[in-house]
Structure formats: structure tokens, C-alpha cells
Design a protein around this ligand. Structure first.
Ligand SMILES: [Zn+2]
Length: 170
């Protein structure tokens, strides 16, 4: 639990020995966040609807993923302005990702691959959130494991994204 180490950290600080707590905290009072996780849910809102503290992180990621997936078809209608392509003349790692994910949702893997092969990695990370977060909410014991696994999956997705980008640029 986060408050435990936080209070322990302060205690050690008071004694004059400043030690860095293990692990990086994505945001104050929250669980560590992976780079590919989408989290747009304010915690005060979750607290207001009486979501217990231990479940807030999982509820936030579940709601955010659902929101991202439902907004994806709208986003493709907005003209994509790629700053990287404009300035450097090369596509950014995220170019084609939204189209790729929508193609996956429409069960069109060929189109998804053509748009951006890394879409499969990102879609897998999304899929994991949709499947595992409800488990973590219902069974809080699994919460830490789910968060840990989520970090691994999102790191793999990110690595794949960069790999695809490098292969496209080179
Ligand atoms: Zn781009």
C-alpha cells in the first residue's frame, strides 16, 4: 500500500537519512504508471462516486481505455497533423496507430498491418486492460499482479512501436 511507504519515507527523512523509495511513482499517491497506459480519470471523481481507494487505479484505467476505444473512430475524422512529418519529413511512431486499431476492431488485420503494424501491440495492451482490470476490481488481491503485468505488456507494446518506427524510417 502506498501510504505505508510514504509515511515510512517521511519517518526516515525526519531521522536525517533520506532514502529513495523503491519503484517510481507515476503520480503522487497513485500506482506506478506504464507509458502505454491511458489514464484520464481524475481520482476525485472516482472518490465522489465512492470507488474504494484500492480500486481507483484499476477503474480509472478501465474507463480510460473504454473512452479511448470509443473515441478512436471520431479521431480518424479529424485531419492528422504530424509535427514530426511536417518538420523532419518522417512519420512519427504514432502515425497510423488509430487507423490500425480501428481496423483491428473491424476485424481487418491486413488493413491494420498496412496502417501501422504496431497497432497490434497497442491493441493487445488495450485488450489486457479490458480483461484484467475488472478482475483487479472484483478481486483486489490480484491488483498488484495485474498492474505489474500491465507494465510488462505496455513496455513490450512500446518497444514494438519503436521497432516498427525504426524499420519504417531507416
Ligand atoms: Zn504522426
Amino acid at each position: 500500500m502506498v501510504p505505508n511507504w510514504e509515511s515510512g519515507f517521511l519517518l526516515r527523512k525526519k531521522r536525517g537519512r533520506v532514502t529513495t523509495p523503491r519503484g517510481k511513482l507515476g503520480r503522487k499517491g497513485g500506482a506506478p504508471r506504464a507509458k502505454m497506459e491511458i489514464d484520464v480519470c481524475p481520482r476525485w471523481l472516482l472518490a465522489k462516486v465512492r470507488i474504494p481507494g484500492q480500486s481507483q487505479h484499476h477503474v480509472a484505467l478501465l474507463v480510460s481505455t473504454l473512452l479511448a476505444l470509443s473515441l478512436a473512430p471520431i479521431v480518424t475524422h479529424v485531419p492528422h497533423i504530424c509535427l514530426m512529418r511536417k518538420v523532419l519529413g518522417i512519420a512519427c511512431p504514432g502515425c497510423g496507430i488509430t487507423h490500425s486499431i480501428i481496423a483491428i476492431l473491424r476485424l481487418n488485420p491486413v488493413m491494420a498491418w498496412q496502417a501501422n503494424p504496431a497497432g497490434f501491440g497497442v491493441a493487445s495492451a488495450f485488450c489486457f486492460q479490458l480483461l484484467a482490470r475488472p478482475i483487479a476490481i472484483v478481486a483486489p488481491r490480484t491488483g498488484d499482479f495485474v498492474s505489474q503485468l500491465s507494465r510488462h505488456i505496455s513496455n513490450v507494446a512500446l518497444a514494438f512501436l519503436l521497432l516498427v518506427w525504426i524499420s519504417r524510417v531507416v
